[in-house]
Each structure stands twice: as structure tokens, then as C-alpha cells.
Design a protein around this ligand. Structure first.
Ligand code: AN7
Length: 357
């Protein structure tokens, strides 16, 4: 029995949800064992936030450490199917890590364009190690995206940012997994919003499962931007977005309208959370539940806390927060939150003295 279930866990994502994906007989079923990520209950954090039930979807457990692998495996499979030899993306770091990994796995050339000085170190390391051609621009993500869109129009290079529709198709699998794991939909799905692809993909996924009569309703979508990078909240693009959550430092989201549709059709909201609120939620996730995500990923939990504080939350609700990327991608920012103690002599009595024992 256990042998069978471990085999079924190994079924590639593209195979497992094949009926919901744009897969043909010609689509290569590539995989790095993405998806099938844990959905874990978080009772200590739920109590802290004042909600009845909170689940964490650990997208950090994907092969390159973020949810981007779900969309990228689909986009790269379709690029291969179409005979493409090269892919390109702009990125705040996670998209480039995923693109570079799946390109390496399948022998495609990969070009990534990132903003100078605003990429977490782990993500930079990934693009380099996976062998991507890395270009660093004196500009932000939005400018990088404009550049690669133009590049892909002028040359035979496949764009794998989330404006490529196969990306959202792949990312919708996370919604299917949540429904399959809970046997139902949650009341609320909370997640960070950057380029706004993921909230759009989740909404598409929940609607599809509903239409297929696999669930009886759909959750309210709760999207959260960083306060310094909140164009959807303010209703206008932001020329110079800022936030310490560099993953969502985006001023003109490509999937803006889809995200607004997801918000309105689900009866949800898109709000903003400050960097201080993001950091507090980020630390609480680690210290209360043992879950270390990257700063941007904590925006969903920060947002639930804000709604509860302002009396706009639902204490009796069942929440799922999507933790989009791994904490080890950005260890620098984590260590900076603390004072690392000075060394002590390597002797037992020194240890006992410091511990007051
Ligand atoms: C950890 O990698 O845009 O709203 O270029 O890395 O779908 O953009 C990353 C986005 C949330 C926001 N959490 O998702 C990129 C990039 C993490 C992220 C988001 C990102 P979208």
C-alpha cells in the first residue's frame, strides 16, 4: 500500500492534472517533481490572528523553492512542443530561478533580465547555477518586463513571464490541490500580489473545479500588495515601487485586470500591507509555526491580521494563506532582524553563564 501511494505522489504535475491543462499528445511531460506541496494546519498562528482555522500552502516546497515552478513546467513544455530553442523572462527573482531550472532540465537556452540590487541573493545564485544568461538592468521589474516583451516580439525567443497564458494554466493546479486536500474550498484564500498572475490563476482554478462539480462553491480571494508597491489598491501604476519584499516590488502588474476580476467575481478584496506588517507576519510564521517563508510570502498572513484588527475579518472563517516562496532565498534580510551574539569561549562554564544555569 505505502509503495503504491508513494508512486502516485511521484506522478508529474502535468500528468496528475492533465484533464485541466492544455496538454496534447505532442506535449512533453517534463518534471522536476513540482507541485503536490504540503497544506498544513496552523493553529498557533490562527489563535494569534484570531481566526478559527488557518492553513498554510507551502509553495516553498517546490523544486526551485517557489510557486513559479507550476507555471514554468507548463510554459516550458509548451515552448518545447512548439519547437522553441530559447526562452526569456523579466523577474524579481523567482520566475528567473524557475525558468532557468526548467530550461536547464530540457536543454533550452534561457535569458533572464532582473533589476540591479533588488534580487534576493538565493535567487541570483539559482539563475547563475542553472546556467541562465543573466542580464542586470539599471531599472526596475516593470522596465525589464517591457524590454523582454519587445525582445520576444522581435526574435524567435519564447516569453515565459505570466503574460504567457500557459503560466497561469500551470499555476491553477495549486487551487486544485487545495480543493483535493480539504475536500472542499476554504472560505478565504489570502496571498501576495505582485505581477498579479497568481491570484488570477488561483481564481481560474477554483472556478474550473466548481464548474466541474468537484467543489460546491469558490473562496473569496484576498490579495495583498506591499504599501509602497500597491498600484491595484490605488488604481494607478506606480513609477518607482518600493518594498523590502523585493519579490513583489512591482508597479504595473501585467495581470492587473484579471486580478481585479478575481477580486470582484469572488467577493474578495485587494488591500495593502506595510513593510512592518509584512516583517511581523514573516517572523510569526517562523516563530509560531516553524515555517520560514520569504518576506513577500508573508503578505497574505499580514493581510489577514490587518483585516481582523480593523474589524473586517471573519473570526469563524476557514482561511488558506499561500506561502509563495522559501525563506532561505533571502537569508540576509532575516539575519538583519536580529543581533547575532558575540562568540563566547568554547567551554561549558561559559555556556552555563550565558544561559544563567
Ligand atoms: C515569493 O519572480 O514576479 O502576483 O518575477 O516571487 O503572480 O506576480 C514574483 C512574484 C509572490 C507575486 N510571492 O506573485 C518574479 C515575480 C513571491 C513572488 C509573488 C512573487 P504574482
Amino acid at each position: 500500500m505505502s509503495h503504491v501511494s508513494s508512486l502516485s505522489r511521484d506522478v508529474p504535475l502535468l500528468e496528475r492534472y492533465r484533464q485541466f491543462l492544455p496538454i496534447t499528445d505532442q506535449t512533453p511531460i517534463i518534471t522536476l517533481h513540482e507541485g503536490n506541496t504540503p497544506l498544513i494546519n496552523a493553529p498557533r498562528l490562527a489563535a494569534n490572528l484570531g481566526v478559527r482555522e488557518l492553513w498554510l500552502k507551502l509553495e516553498s516546497m517546490n523544486p526551485t523553492g517557489s510557486f513559479k515552478d507550476r507555471g514554468m513546467v507548463m510554459a516550458i513544455a509548451k515552448a518545447l512542443e512548439a519547437g522553441s530553442k530559447a526562452v526569456v523572462c523579466a523577474s524579481t527573482g523567482n520566475t528567473s530561478a524557475a525558468a532557468a531550472a526548467y530550461a536547464a532540465r530540457t536543454g533550452l537556452e534561457c535569458i533572464v533580465v532582473v533589476p540591479a540590487g533588488k534580487i534576493a541573493l538565493g535567487k541570483l545564485a539559482q539563475a547563475l547555477m542553472y546556467g541562465a544568461k543573466l542580464l542586470v538592468i539599471e531599472g526596475n521589474f516593470d522596465q525589464a518586463l517591457d524590454m523582454v516583451r519587445a525582445l520576444a516580439e522581435a526574435h524567435p525567443i519564447t516569453l515565459v513571464n505570466s503574460v504567457n497564458p500557459y503560466r497561469l494554466e500551470g499555476q491553477a493546479t495549486a487551487a486544485y490541490e487545495i480543493c483535493d486536500a480539504l475536500g472542499d474550498v476554504p472560505d478565504y484564500l489570502a496571498l501576495p500580489v505582485g505581477n498579479a498572475g497568481n491570484i488570477s490563476a488561483y481564481w481560474m482554478g477554483f472556478q474550473r473545479y466548481h464548474a466541474a462539480h468537484l467543489v460546491e462553491s469558490a473562496p473569496k480571494m484576498l490579495g495583498f500588495q506591499a504599501s509602497g508597491s500597491a498600484p491595484i489598491v490605488h488604481g494607478a501604476p506606480i513609477a518607482h515601487p518600493e518594498t523590502l519584499a523585493t519579490a513583489i516590488r512591482i508597479g504595473n502588474p501585467a495581470s492587473w485586470q484579471l486580478a481585479v476580476n478575481a477580486r470582484d467575481e469572488s467577493g474578495g478584496l485587494i488591500d495593502h500591507v506595510s513593510d512592518d506588517e509584512i516583517v511581523a507576519a514573516w517572523r510569526d510564521l517562523a516563530a509560531l509555526e516553524g515555517v520560514f517563508c520569504e518576506p513577500a510570502s508573508a503578505a497574505g498572513v499580514a493581510g489577514i491580521r490587518k483585516l481582523m484588527r480593523e474589524g473586517r475579518g471573519d473570526a469563524g472563517g476557514r482561511y488558506v494563506a499561500v506561502l509563495t516562496g522559501h525563506g532561505l532565498k533571502d537569508p540576509q534580510l532575516a539575519v538583519e532582524q536580529f543581533t547575532v551574539p558575540a562568540p563566547i569561549p568554547a567551554e561549558l562554564d561559559a555556556l552555563e553563564r550565558v544561559l544563567n544555569l
